[in-house]
Design a protein. Structure first.
Length: 278
């Protein structure tokens, strides 16, 4: 009876996507999956860098219409987020492959990816509105850029140190709990809902980091690369939560410096007078 009870508990904790033995993936499958992640992330980074080189770093939306901005935003998010969310995504898609075949497998995988990107697209709408607002403010009142930058760093720092960040980060750092929860999802559009659910927690985990793109520049490749590394380490390193707090404190320091140091505001300098000219 004890053996049966133990087996039942183990089964409840190890849904189909985790594979046999409770492991996420075999070493061979994991290597192949990470190769696929690299093959997707590298072109996304190449497109992002190429576009950023053409556009430069300027305040606001840089004159981009909403459809173009969202296209670039989703490409950026694919480049920045894919490596950090890969453990859950790889395992879930592998589970889809075991449960389905042919067109059904393809459709289910597309549903999952579409759900994830749908959430980031919705967040992109908010980002576009924030950038448009700050761009107009800086154009009308050039010196306001320093206080906008300070407010953005302050908001990002407080969010990094706040409880919502750690609820979402804890969710993103525990793939097994993801899979147990997602295994209970039912049709219709099960995989779409899984993608949306995981995307929502991913947005919640990274929202504060995205806010600093206002003062740093939404097309600032160095900033994007730095944030991508922070996101990856936060989610996958054993001391990721400690890094999140350190980054939060750093943002608060930058919030204090922003009104007096132009170098911390590359994304707002296009219309601001220099400190020497004030």
């Amino acid at each position: 009876m004890r053996h049966i009870r133990t087996s039942t508990v183990a089964s409840a904790r190890s849904p189909a996507p985790t594979g046999s033995g409770g492991g996420l993936l075999s070493a061979r499958d994991l290597a192949a999956a990470w190769l696929l992640v690299v093959l997707i992330a590298v072109p996304a980074w190449a497109l992002t860098i190429g576009q950023a080189r053409d556009m430069g770093v300027e305040p606001g939306t840089m004159g981009m219409a909403l459809p173009l901005f969202l296209l670039l935003w989703v490409t950026m998010m694919a480049a920045m987020m894919l490596p950090s969310m890969a453990p859950v995504a790889i395992t879930w898609v592998r589970g889809i492959g075991r449960q389905s075949s042919g067109w059904t497998r393809t459709v289910r995988t597309i549903e999952f990816v579409a759900g994830y990107l749908l959430v980031w697209t919705a967040f992109g709408l908010l980002a576009y509105a924030a950038l448009a607002l700050t761009g107009h403010l800086v154009d009308d009142h050039p010196t306001a850029g320093r206080w906008i930058g300070s407010a953005a760093f302050l908001l990002a720092g407080l969010y990094q140190l706040g409880p919502l960040k750690y609820v979402c980060l804890r969710h993103c750092r525990d793939p097994m709990s993801h899979l147990v929860h997602y295994a209970g999802f039912r049709q219709p559009a099960r995989d779409l809902r899984v993608g949306v659910h995981h995307g929502a927690y991913c947005v919640g985990c990274c929202a504060g980091l995205m806010v600093v793109l206002i003062p740093l520049g939404v097309m600032n490749v160095a900033a994007m690369a730095g944030l991508a590394v922070v996101i990856f380490v936060e989610k996958l390193w054993s001391r990721g939560p400690l890094l999140a707090r350190v980054v939060g404190v750093a943002f608060l320091v930058l919030a204090v410096l922003a009104p007096f140091q132009d170098w911390v505001l590359p994304g707002l300098q296009g219309s601001m007078p220099s400190m020497d000219g004030m």
